[in-house]
Each structure stands twice: as structure tokens, then as C-alpha cells.
Design a protein around this ligand. Structure first.
Ligand code: GLU
Length: 461
């Protein structure tokens, strides 16, 4: 509906965990609406009673709230087009179906499952694509009471077309479609019908959704026309693919689950920034954007058509940037739940090195765990033990600060002509039990001096 105030909607189905792609669709909807002073509607497509659960609805709210995405109308916040759960709109779909039946835009189909299966098999045997025979349009069997409602494809025009705001002109021949079912025998709507009715009744002007819905759009356009609606504009967002170039799927790709990023300690602002770059670019080399900035500059003309590749490295890099921009006190607060064993003063001591190194908050734990959990005594070969002995001697003399520890260890290396790795590796192993740590002088300094010396003695004994 060009000219009307922009109204966009996000229509997730609460049938499982929140998909990364849903979060991206939500973000693009929000950005599109904000840039144009429009309204973003959250509508729940929950007519699949078998698969819907209240906890999945809660997961949608949690995931979107975590990212800072706030909708203007929705099941939880209400709005002028309530209700916003499809399960609460069943009467509206029935009314619309009744109207289509009256005007001849739809008809009752009494065919049984077996009869339809037989039609399908016949088509297969004849190597032609299946289309419903229209038997119930021309010659319905009598005496039956159970029926579905089928949409009656119009005779003309022969094509359904739209100018996709991302993909450009798209066209489907009517011959690719058939009289599809819009209401089941139990009076519940099928997906394409409920979407069309809702988009019509909720005055949706722009539909931004995943590319997997392109093939649904001709059906929805036909339905909208039959419902007397001015159809919205459509923008189909590119799929997100994993490093294997396959579409991110809930089954195969752990990275498809939005809550994973919360668990791993990505900052919501970094995640949001990353999602914006999954299929959109700003037209410059700039990569860091706040939600407010995105609301000002985002538009569909910079959304790509080709698949958007998920890239852990880029996400980690971005998250690291956001971590580095935090005030120490903020980062300490954020890290505390990951390392409840550590007093905040200890975290403050580790801050300079931790801040520049952490790709995500959860990584703090493996780096710091040695501070409260003594590792198993490392078993070192005689050469490594020699290095450790020299380090122990130097450390016992030193004033316990990262800088002085660094100087002392460098002096040991210079004296013996040892490489950094030769000296630091056994030292790190003896103190932390790990081969990765903060820089060695911090690793040492964060332990109280007597404790560090004790751990070295234990290995040297
Ligand atoms: N419920 C659909 C989904 O979760 C969205 C349908 C739409 O946006 O039209 O993919």
C-alpha cells in the first residue's frame, strides 16, 4: 500500500528455539519501520497446535528483548489490531473463508485423503506435476459432510507478479499452482490463508521475510486480491548459510540457535551489529554500528540477493571490539556470573589483559579457572624442569607485580639464551595446567606469590 504509513510485521511460529534468521528478520523489520517512522508488529503464527508451546513463545520474547528489539504491537503489548496470536483469530479466518465461499473465490472440497492420494499417484505415473483435478468445483460428490475449503485460482491473468524490493521483478505462472486448500476439515486455516487474512486486516504495507517464502508469495497475492486487499510490497531477505554453504538449519548447525550466543557470552549490541551485516552492508568499510545508527542508515537497497555467509571469525572480532569499548567496571559486572568464584578485585587486576584478549565473555572462565582450582601437577621432562627451576629462583626474589615479573623472567631468558616459548611453556603448565593463558607475567602475578611458588615446588619436587 504505497503512500500509507509503513506497517511491517514479524510473524514467527513458536515451534522451537529461536533461529538466528528470525532474529535477523526481526531486526530488518524493526530498522525498516524506524527509518520510516512506521510501526513494527509482532504476530505469532501458532495455529499448529501440535508443535506450539508457551515456552517457545517466551523464548521469542526473551531472544528479541536480549537483542534490544522492541515491537510496537504484539500479543504481549497489545495494539489496535489485536489479537496478535493466530490461535486467537480463528473466527476471523472462518469469516473470511465464508466470504470467499459466497463470492465464488473458494469452494468446498469433499474429496477424501485416499481420493487425493490416488490423484497424486496418477499424476506421478503420467510424469506430470500434480494439480488438484477440480472435481469438487464442477461435480462435487453428494452426501458427504466433511470438507476442506479450496481457493479457486482465477482464470486470468495468467501470471502473478510482484516487484520484490530486494530481488527485483518475480513472476509465477498460474499453471505452476493449483486450487490450494485454505481451511482444513476442522475449520483451522492453512498458513498461506491466515497470513493473507492477517496482513490484510492488520494493514501491513511491507512484508520483509526470508527467501524461503518466495514460493508462498504468489498464493498470498492471489488471496489478498480475492479478499479485496491492496497487497503489501514484498522484500525477501537472503538465506543465511553456514561455512559449509548449506542453509543454516536447526538440525545441522548449532549456530542457528540464537540463545547459543547468549550462553557463549556475546554482547547483545555486538550480536545485533553482526546480524545487521548478515546480508546488508553500509556501502563503506565501517563495521561498527549501534542500533540507533542502523535505524538512521539501514535501507533495503543495500540488502544483497546472494546468500549471507555466517562467519564466526567476524562475529568474534566484532564482539572483541565491543568488549574493548566497555568501561572496566562494566566488563567486570558482565563477567562476574561467568566466574562467581573470583572476587571482583581479582577481575580488576586481570582487566588490562583480559579486555584485549576476550572474544566472548564465557572465555574468561577457562583463562581464570586456575586461580581457584589447582591443576593436576604437570609432568615435565628434565629440560623443562631446568627452565622451571631457574624461573622459580628468579620469581622468589621479585616484587610481585606484572612488570617486575616480566623483567625478571626476561633476565632469566637473556642469561641462558632461552626462547620465550622454552621458558614460558613449562611455567604456564605448572601454574595453570593449560597451554593457553593470559600473558605469562599476568598469569603469574594474578596468583598470590606463596601459592605460585608452592605450585612450582610441587612440580619440581
Ligand atoms: N511463520 C513464518 C515463519 O516462521 C513466517 C511467515 C511470514 O513471514 O509470512 O517462517
Amino acid at each position: 500500500m504505497p503512500g500509507s504509513p509503513v506497517r511491517v510485521r514479524m510473524a514467527p511460529s513458536p515451534t522451537g528455539f529461536v533461529h538466528l534468521g528470525s532474529a535477523r528478520t526481526a531486526l530488518f523489520n524493526l530498522l525498516y519501520a524506524r527509518r520510516r517512522g512506521g510501526v513494527w508488529v509482532l504476530r505469532l503464527e501458532d495455529t499448529d497446535v501440535e508443535r506450539n508451546r508457551p515456552e517457545f513463545e517466551a523464548a521469542i520474547y526473551d531472544g528479541f528483548h536480549w537483542l534490544g528489539l522492541e515491537w510496537d504491537e504484539g500479543p504481549d503489548v497489545g495494539g489496535p489490531y489485536a489479537p496478535y496470536r493466530q490461535s486467537e483469530r480463528l473466527d476471523l479466518y472462518r469469516e473470511s473463508a465464508a466470504r470467499l465461499l459466497q463470492t465464488g473465490g473458494a469452494y468446498r472440497c469433499y474429496c477424501t485423503k485416499e481420493e487425493l492420494a490416488a490423484e497424486r499417484e496418477q499424476a506421478e505415473r503420467e510424469h506430470r506435476p500434480y494439480r488438484y483435478s477440480r472435481r469438487c468445483l464442477t461435480d462435487p460428490p453428494s452426501g458427504r459432510t466433511e470438507f476442506t475449503v479450496r481457493f479457486k485460482l482465477p482464470d486470468a491473468p495468467e501470471r502473478v507478479e510482484w516487484d520484490d524490493l530486494i530481488r527485483g521483478p518475480v513472476a509465477f505462472e498460474l499453471s505452476e499452482l493449483d486450487d490450494f486448500i485454505i481451511m482444513r476439515t476442522d475449520g483451522t486455516p492453512l498458513y498461506n490463508f491466515s497470513v493473507a487474512v492477517d496482513d490484510h486486516q492488520m494493514r501491513i504495507t511491507h512484508v520483509l521475510r526470508g527467501e524461503e517464502h518466495v514460493s508462498n508469495t504468489p498464493r498470498q497475492l492471489l488471496l489478498l486480491k480475492a479478499l479485496g486487499s491492496q497487497p503489501p510490497a514484498y522484500a525477501h531477505l537472503p538465506v543465511i548459510v553456514g561455512q559449509d554453504r548449506a542453509k543454516l538449519s536447526k538440525r545441522k548447525h548449532p549456530e542457528a540457535r540464537l540463545s547459543l550466543y547468549q550462553e557463549l557470552g556475546y554482547l547483545p549490541a555486538a550480536m545485533l551489529n553482526y546480524l545487521a551485516l548478515l546480508g546488508w552492508n553500509p556501502g563503506s568499510t565501517e563495521e561498527i554500528f549501534s542500533l540507533e545508527e542502523l535505524e538512521r542508515i539501514f535501507d533495503l537497497d543495500r540488502v544483497q540477493r546472494s546468500p549471507a555467509m555466517f562467519d564466526w571469525q567476524r562475529l568474534d572480532w566484532l564482539n572483541g571490539q565491543y568488549i574493548r569499548r566497555l568501561e572496566d567496571a562494566e566488563l567486570i559486572e558482565l563477567l562476574r556470573p561467568n566466574v562467581p568464584e573470583l572476587p571482583p578485585e581479582k577481575l580488576a587486576e586481570a582487566m588490562p589483559e583480559l579486555k584485549t584478549r576476550l572474544p566472548r565473555l564465557a572465555e574468561a572462565r577457562p583463562l581464570l579457572e586456575y586461580l581457584w582450582e589447582e591443576p593436576a601437577a604437570a609432568e615435565l621432562d628434565p629440560e623443562a624442569l631446568e627452565k622451571l627451576r631457574a624461573a622459580r629462583a628468579a620469581l622468589s626474589e621479585v616484587d610481585w607485580q606484572p612488570e617486575t615479573i616480566e623483567q625478571a623472567l626476561d633476565a632469566v631468558r637473556d642469561e641462558h639464551g632461552w626462547s620465550r616459548n622454552a621458558l614460558f611453556k613449562p611455567l604456564r603448565l605448572a601454574l595453570t595446567g593449560r597451554s593457553i593463558s593470559l600473558p605469562i607475567h599476568y598469569t603469574v602475578a594474578l596468583l598470590p606469590k606463596p601459592e605460585a611458588l608452592r605450585r612450582l615446588d610441587r612440580v619440581l619436587a
